[in-house]
Structures are given as C-alpha cells and as structure tokens.
Design a protein around this ligand. Structure first.
Ligand SMILES: NC(=O)c1ccc[n+]([C@@H]2O[C@H](COP(=O)([O-])OP(=O)(O)OC[C@H]3O[C@@H](n4cnc5c(N)ncnc54)[C@H](OP(=O)(O)O)[C@@H]3O)[C@@H](O)[C@H]2O)c1
Length: 340
C-alpha cells in the first residue's frame, strides 16, 4: 500500500457577492496509506453545487459553514485504491462527501462514503441524475409538489441538474410543462426535453415579462410551481397560480450572492386568497424515497423517457471556475469536474 499525492481546494476568504477565483486556495498534500478501518480512494469526479455557496457564509444552517483554510467538501465518486476496512476492496466504486480533492484516506463513515452499485450507468451519474440532484427533483415534484396527472407545471432553472429532471418527470406523468431558463441556447436545451413551453427569463426581463409569458403559455394558470430561482420567478408563479396550487420551494439561486437581504414577493398576500401551499424542503429529509427513486430512474433512463446532460470541466485546477459557472449559467444539466 502506498501513499499518494493529492491536489485539493480550501476556502481562502468568504466570498462577498459573486465568488471569485481568489476566494479559493489550492495545495498539494500527501494522502497516506490507510490505517485499520480506513480506505484510500482516488476520486474520478467531483460535484459543484449551488448549496455550497451557502456553506461559504459563516452562519447557522442545515449544514455547518465551511471554515477558512479547511479543505472544501462536496459530492465525489472514485475507486478504492487501498483498503483496511472489512467492507471495502480495492477497485470498489464509492461516493463520498470528500470532494474538492483528487484523493483521500479516511474512515468511510467520517466522509459519508458508501459503495455504489455497478448499475450500468456512468460513474458520474451518481452525482447528478442518479444522485442528490436527481432525488431532489424526484422528491420535490412528486412529494412536495404533489404532482397529479394533467397538472400544469412551471419549473424555473429548467436547464439545470434538478430542473431538467423535474421537467421530464412531469412530462412522464402527462402534465403540461413550462420551463424557464436564461438565453436561447439554454431554452433550446429545455425544448429538447419535451416540455410544452419555454420561457427565456432574460428576454422576459423581470416580473411583468414573466407573468405575460406565463399567461400566454398557461391561460388557465398553473397547478404546481417548482422553484429553483426565487425572486421574480416566485412572484410571477404566485401571480398566475390557480387556487390551491402547490409550490415546491427547492432553492433560490437568484439570491445566493446577494449582499443585502432580498425583499419577499410583493404579492405574497395572494397566498391567502388563492389558498396556495408553499413548502420548502431539503433532499436529505427524503432519503426514504431512495429505493423507489433508483428503480424509477433506472427504468426511465433505460426506456429513453428521461435524458440527462452534463457540463464537464477538466481537472481539479478548474473546480472553482466550475463552481462560479453555476452562477453565470455556464452549465446545461449537471456541472461536474472530471478528476481522472
Ligand atoms: N432543497 C434541496 O435539497 C436542494 C438540493 C439540490 C439543489 N437545490 C437547489 O436547486 C436549485 C438548482 O440546483 P442545481 O444543482 O440543479 O443547479 P443548476 O440549475 O444545474 O445550476 C444553476 C443554474 O441556475 C441558474 N441561475 C444562476 N443564477 C441565476 C439567477 N440569478 N436567476 C435565475 N437563474 C439563475 C443558471 O441557469 P440559467 O442559465 O438558466 O440562468 C445556472 O445554470 C438551486 O437553487 C439549488 O440550491 C436544492
């Protein structure tokens, strides 16, 4: 058993507004051979996700903040290169939260590592469609959005990892789907997912434009809104919601880099008169759905009913750029970094 060298990223400073490359610091560290109960893993892929921006702020939340100078964490998949753990063998495919680094040695439970099935999917799919973002889409639209056949569904962030899966699940359930995304190329991609209407929110230009586009796409209003974006999108969804519409509040990426608190939707009072249900959720509270999720995803992907897209940056050096790209709309589908 040998030690490896690994490049890894730490947070150098807490971003103010849009994260900058100078907020990150790369270093090279030795990765020792495992001791009793440990495994050594070489990561092949790492994930960058919008929620990591929240962990860069020093505040209490559902996950603790990253500390300055500590190696960043996040989803990763890789292969065991050495093991002194009874449940792991060299060559096993594992997912873990030990991302932002090329290799690591640790007790599996200390980095939420688990063995992955050789399921006929590419490894990196476990960071996207078959992993956390996929389950977020699945639990969010089916359980929180209480999706029913024939619903009219509005999905913001529709070209992204979560949104693109939400759109397709809603189509599989015979719903009318309206997706919004930024720019013509993104909108073409959303169209290719089989949705009924696409709104270019950048062209729509704010609340009034979004409402007009939604009224055109859904003259009778919407039954479900899946919110990835917040801000004008949420206000527009409230404006065009039918009575008793459900809103699955998954994220509000338009606000993650704000330096001042954003005002709430100006029309929030409509929630009362229309008797709307708005519910936030965190994917980790819905792991009970994992077996059904895996089974449905496997069948939808193999039958061609559900497609997935990835945007790949090459090499650990480009991890901060990949992360920052999430806030610039640089990705179609899941944003990933290939490490080996
Ligand atoms: N609740 C949970 O458990 C959970 C789990 C995973 C993800 N999430 C949330 O789900 C959302 C989507 O996550 P994801 O991983 O699928 O990311 P993603 O959608 O693949 O990537 C982020 C996308 O957000 C869009 N965006 C960036 N800034 C924006 C802005 N100011 N206004 C509107 N759109 C903007 C960009 O697309 P355009 O080019 O179209 O603007 C960008 O490509 C995020 O809000 C995330 O925090 C929540």
């Amino acid at each position: 058993m040998t030690s490896l060298d690994s490049k890894e990223w730490a947070l150098k400073s807490r971003p103010v507004g849009m994260p900058q490359p100078s907020d990150f610091e790369m270093r090279e560290v030795p990765v020792p051979a495992p001791e009793e109960g440990e495994i050594q893993v070489r990561n092949s892929w790492m994930s960058v996700d919008p929620y990591m921006r929240g962990r860069m702020i020093d505040r209490e939340s559902y996950v603790p903040p990253f500390q300055i100078g500590e190696t960043l964490q996040g989803g990763a998949v890789g292969r065991v290169t050495a093991s002194r753990h009874p449940d792991y063998e060299e060559g096993d495919l594992v997912s873990s939260m030990a991302g932002w680094r090329e290799a690591w040695t640790a007790k599996p439970e200390s980095v939420a590592a688990r063995k992955l099935p050789e399921a006929g999917l590419p490894e990196e799919a476990f960071l996207g469609v078959a992993g956390m973002p996929g389950l977020t889409a699945y639990a969010g639209i089916l359980r929180i959005g209480e999706l029913k056949e024939g619903d009219t569904v509005f999905v913001s962030g529709a070209a992204g990892a979560v949104g693109s899966v939400v759109c397709q699940i809603a189509k599989i359930r015979n719903c009318t789907v309206i997706g919004s995304a930024g720019g013509p190329e993104k909108c073409d991609f959303v169209n290719s997912l089989g949705v009924d209407h696409v709104i270019d929110y950048k062209q729509a230009g704010g609340f009034d434009g979004l409402v007009a586009a939604l009224r055109e796409a859904a003259p009778k209003g919407i039954d479900v809104y899946f919110d990835n974006v917040g801000g004008d999108h949420l206000a527009a969804a409230i404006e065009v919601a039918r009575p008793f519409a459900r809103m699955a509040i998954c994220g509000m990426i338009s606000q993650y880099n704000n330096t001042q608190p954003a005002p709430g939707p100006h029309n929030i009072i409509m929630v009362v008169g229309k008797q709307l249900k708005l519910q936030g959720f965190i994917v980790s509270s819905h792991t009970d759905m994992q077996p059904q999720f895996v089974s449905d995803m496997a069948s939808w992907i193999s039958s061609g009913q559900l497609k997935y897209e990835e945007t790949v940056r090459e090499g650990i050096e480009n991890a901060p750029e990949a992360f920052i790209g999430l806030f610039e709309g640089a990705n179609k589908g899941k944003m990933l970094v290939r490490l080996s």
